[in-house]
Design a protein around this ligand. Structure first.
Ligand SMILES: *[C@@H]1O[C@H](CO)[C@@H](O)[C@H](O)[C@H]1NC(C)=O
Ligand SMILES: *[C@@H]1O[C@H](CO)[C@@H](O)[C@H](O)[C@H]1NC(C)=O
Length: 299
């Protein structure tokens, strides 16, 4: 883990305190119905022992912004609202929901992300995505931090450079050793290495730590069930090990992390992984779908 030491040595202000922990939170119940404020209140009761920050993905879908913000206010939570820009329609309706609800719950909105892995999927260039980020920034009158979330390698390879130079306020870097087919034994080293490369590149382009965008690990985790992916094998004890070494480990270095994800999402259809094999995303929760714990997560 030599590389992370070098990174952190270059980042004294990051290393001064432990990083913050947040959770990615789905908008649907186990049966696929949309969550209401009551469901979010129950989620927050469980998450609240560990964090008061969650991130969501599409503000209009399932009326996420409308339903989650009152529950967040009651529970003292902050939320990252998402805009799904992949189609013009989804961009328009999510942006409208953010513009409508964020100002009503100013203290609850931590930031706004435009897109989730859109550069990774090849939907947008950095320049195109930057235009959308700046469009949202002006639509909310500059009152909120606006940025995006994408795979670590899209930051490392320069695709996201226009965002760094063009004024994104916050950048979330996703990194899954699991989807890179790593063994559990190499998973933490691989995760640290990915983040070091992504954060290091961003800071080089920004020219300074303090003037650059706020940085987070946007998603990471290890599934407790489902199919194996190359050398990566799911399981409760493996997920617990990854939590302790990778997530607690990088928090300890002063890096902010969103765990992917809070609760299992059994309603999700099975998809296809990058290598063509089955990709089961229903067992990534730190908690079961019924909100019972799977393993201890205190660092
Ligand atoms: C983004 O990518 C998805 C999946 O490849 C595709 O279905 C969609 O049409 C793309 N959207 C745009 C705006 O390119
Ligand atoms: C461990 O991960 C690193 C970084 O991703 C990679 O370069 C290396 O090949 C991996 N080692 C093994 C044994 O898979």
């Amino acid at each position: 883990m030599q590389p992370i030491t070098l990174l952190i040595a270059a980042l004294p202000s990051l290393a001064a305190a432990a990083g913050s922990l947040g959770f990615a939170l789905g908008a649907k119940n186990a049966d696929g119905t949309c969550k209401t404020s009551t469901d979010y209140a129950a989620d927050f009761k469980v998450i609240g022992a560990h964090s008061k920050l969650v991130r969501t993905y599409a503000a209009d879908q399932c009326d996420t912004a409308k339903e989650i913000l009152p529950a967040a206010k009651a529970a003292g939570f902050k939320v990252i609202l998402g805009i799904w820009p992949d189609t013009d329609d989804s961009y328009k309706v999510d942006k409208a929901a953010v513009v409508k609800y964020a100002p009503q719950y100013k203290d609850q909105v931590y930031a706004i992300t435009v897109g989730s892995e859109t550069m990774y999927r090849g939907n947008f260039t950095g320049d195109t995505l930057l235009k959308k980020i700046n469009d949202v920034k002006s639509a909310v009158g500059g009152a909120f931090k606006v940025g995006t979330a994408d795979s670590w390698n899209k930051y490392q390879d320069g695709t996201a450079d226009p965002l760094i130079k063009g004024g994104a306020d916050i950048l979330l870097c996703n990194g899954f050793s699991y989807w890179q087919g790593q063994t559990l034994a190499n998973s933490t080293a691989s995760f640290f290495d990915d983040m070091m490369q992504a954060f290091g590149h961003i800071q080089n382009v920004a020219g300074s730590l303090t003037d650059g965008p706020e940085l987070w690990v946007g998603e990471t985790g290890w599934p407790t069930g489902g199919s194996k992916y190359q050398n990566a094998v799911p399981g409760v004890s493996s997920a617990q090990t990854y939590w302790q070494t990778a997530i607690c480990g990088i928090l300890d270095w002063g890096v902010n992390v969103f765990s992917f994800e809070a609760f299992d999402e059994p309603w999700k259809p099975v998809s296809t992984g990058q290598d063509g094999s089955v990709a089961d995303e229903t067992h990534w929760g730190v908690w079961n779908a019924d909100r019972t714990p799977k393993f201890p997560i205190t660092c």
